[in-house]
Design a protein around this ligand. Structure first.
Ligand code: DDH
Length: 278
């Protein structure tokens, strides 16, 4: 297989998405979360964090409790890496998110290769940069503004909770947000606005919001999106206008994967050692 044949890599990723013995028969959602957590450590002010360097290869970052469960995503991608040893982990993890979104019926997200795995353990960003689901709108803003996102982009990105589920043993929360968690859609926004959400303790004693039947859930941070008037305006927009959501999600997710990726003239990412060193 020719080095640089990203279409062949995309095909191989599509093949590992159906996983009969895993969540809802699909590795798609956890692959999306891997791409997001690999990128969402970015800090605009210092230029540190982000997908370049694939620092989640190191225990120090993989062990951040926010990353619990992402070992499944990395494990599913191992055979793809073996098949295409020339692709960097940083490119593979981000590309897998993009392929999974499209596979599950979501929009096409622009993706560019060129990330490198040159970072060593000293480039691991501090634990705790990813959002904490027990918190509210101020916390959400401080985390996403740090990356360089605005309110509209925050809500668009949050629409990824149309996919997948929470696992008590990973995050303390449990259950899916929507009835079809392996189909990309704007149902999450519709449910946020239309359902009666009841605060309840789940099976491990953690407070979350559930529907009347206790089948679907919302995190405290999800509820903050309807409580805060500025966020809520975007939730209403994306609930009514699926095309706008798909377009804005694709733009914001594409931007997320590029955070901190500084490319040289040939498109290959360069680590800005002086700035990035923590
Ligand atoms: Fe999320 N997310 N997320 N999320 N997320 C969880 C699962 C998934 C927060 C907390 C959690 C985004 C934003 C936030 C996905 C994608 C994205 C879980 C459950 C928690 C907790 C983990 C587990 O138990 O396995 C919080 C807080 C925020 C926030 O914005 C404040 C964003 C921006 C994305 C994105 O992809 C752009 C996906 C997909 C999942 C489902 C994973 C799975 O295994 O299924």
């Amino acid at each position: 297989m020719a080095a640089g044949d990203y279409n062949a890599v995309r095909d191989a990723i599509r093949k590992i998405i159906p996983q009969a013995s895993y969540d809802d028969g699909s590795a798609g959602p956890v692959l999306v979360r891997l791409a997001w957590h690999a990128s969402g450590t970015y800090d605009k002010a210092s230029g540190t964090g982000g997908s370049n360097g694939a620092t989640m290869r190191f225990k120090l970052e993989a062990g951040d409790e926010a990353n619990n469960g992402l070992e499944y995503a990395r494990k599913y991608l191992d055979p793809v890496k073996k098949q295409f040893p020339w692709i960097s982990y940083a490119d593979l993890w981000t590309l897998a998110g993009v392929v999974a979104i499209e596979y599950m019926g979501g929009p096409k997200v622009d993706w560019k290769p060129g990330r490198v795995d040159d970072a060593d353990v000293q480039y691991v960003p501090p634990n705790g940069r990813l959002p904490d689901a027990t918190k509210g709108e101020d916390h959400i803003r401080s985390v996403f503004y740090r990356m360089g996102f605005n309110d509209q982009e925050i809500v668009a990105l949050s629409g990824a909770h149309n996919l997948g589920r929470c696992h008590a043993e990973r995050s303390g929360f449990e259950g899916p947000w929507v009835p079809m968690p392996t189909r990309f859609s704007n149902t999450y926004f519709k449910l946020l606005l239309r359902s009666q959400w009841i605060k309840r303790k789940n099976s491990v004693g953690v407070e979350q919001y559930t529907d009347e039947d206790n089948e679907l859930m919302m995190l405290p941070t999800d509820m903050a999106l309807v409580k805060d008037p500025k966020f809520r305006a975007w939730v209403e927009k994306y609930s009514d206008d699926k095309d706008a959501f798909y377009r804005d999600f694709a733009a914001a997710f594409g931007k997320l994967l590029e955070l901190g990726v500084v490319r040289g003239p040939e498109g290959k990412a360069m680590r800005q050692y002086a700035r990035a060193k923590l």
